[in-house]
Design a protein around this ligand. Structure first.
Ligand SMILES: Nc1ncnc2c1ncn2[C@@H]1O[C@H](COP(=O)(O)OP(=O)(O)OP(=O)(O)O)[C@@H](O)[C@H]1O
Ligand SMILES: [Mg+2]
Length: 267
């Protein structure tokens, strides 16, 4: 199936994201400094950076949960800060914890959005739900409750539920956090496969070097609220930027531990 295939039940028109001179302050503390980059329609774009560098705050601007102090975030032709944008563009935000409804079965978690938005008959909703479950190899879990699932399965169900919303834009916040390396690789493969099935645009916020460098079309590194570099994965495999090299390939040094340096910095 090609990326341009638009005949599946879950197809939508792809859109890009354009972030231009975005600055965000909370109580006069600047957490995003003049951030600019574009995510092209249909692209898998990974945003990587250390803890606290501003990745989630940036994602929140895209879904309209935060508004810029200055600069702009556009989704396709629309301003992400405009509340009406969410009615015009289908976004799917896969939260780190999955955020499934514990009282609903896997099937009903997936059917909830199309039922609430009256997106067709029960028969066509069933077709969408089963298609999403099949892509994620979850057909046998349809009747299970979330409490019966492992962490990795919950994450797959959360992605399947987002897929049923027929998103034009998939946003993931740390999709492989807390998963073992094999399940992390599985989720990476899923993100890559979804693009083939739906031609969707994906923005993936992650610490996971192997995910970013294996599936991304392009990667941005954010540090201290500033974009440090944007490039294709190969640009980062042999980077000469010491800060990026230290982030991507940290060396464990018990003679000179990092937490001691943090302690000294706070004195
Ligand atoms: N609502 C808020 N009010 C004040 N400060 C905030 C708020 N939200 C985030 N911050 C601050 O903004 C900075 C960036 O936070 P953010 O959650 O974006 O980090 P992150 O890169 O997603 O980190 P992690 O990898 O740990 O998830 C942090 O210093 C955080 O304390
Ligand atoms: Mg975060």
């Amino acid at each position: 199936m090609s990326a341009a295939n638009t005949t599946t039940p879950l197809a939508g028109k792809t859109v890009g994201i354009s972030i231009s001179h975005l600055t965000k302050q909370f109580n006069n503390v600047t957490v995003l400094h003049d951030v600019s980059f574009d995510v092209h329609p249909g692209e898998i774009f990974c945003l990587m950076g250390p803890s606290g560098s501003g990745k989630t705050v940036l994602l929140k601007h895209i879904v309209g949960l935060e508004t810029p102090t200055s600069g702009s975030v556009r989704i396709g032709e629309y301003d992400a800060a405009d509340p009406e944008t969410r009615a015009k563009v289908h976004l799917a935000f896969v939260f780190q914890a999955g955020a499934l409804f514990n009282s609903l079965s896997v099937y009903d978690n997936l059917a909830l959005y199309p039922r609430e938005h009256r997106l067709g008959s029960e028969v066509s909703i069933r077709e969408r739900v089963m298609y999403a479950l099949q892509i994620l190899s979850l057909e046998k879990a349809a009747g299970k409750m979330p409490s019966e699932l492992s962490g990795g399965m919950k994450k797959r169900v959360a992605i399947a539920r987002a897929l049923v919303m027929e998103p034009q834009l998939f946003l993931y916040d740390e999709p492989t956090a807390e998963l073992d390396p094999v399940m992390g690789a599985t989720i990476s493969e899923i993100i890559g496969t979804l693009r083939e099935h739906t031609a969707v645009t994906s923005l993936v916020v992650t610490h996971d070097r192997s995910l970013a460098l294996s599936i991304a079309d392009r990667v941005a590194i954010i540090m201290d609220g500033r974009i440090r570099a944007v490039g294709v994965p190969d640009d980062f495999k042999h980077t000469t930027d010491p800060a990026i090299a230290n982030f991507l390939n940290p060396v464990v040094d018990i003679k000179n531990p990092r937490f001691k340096q943090l302690e000294n910095a706070n004195e």
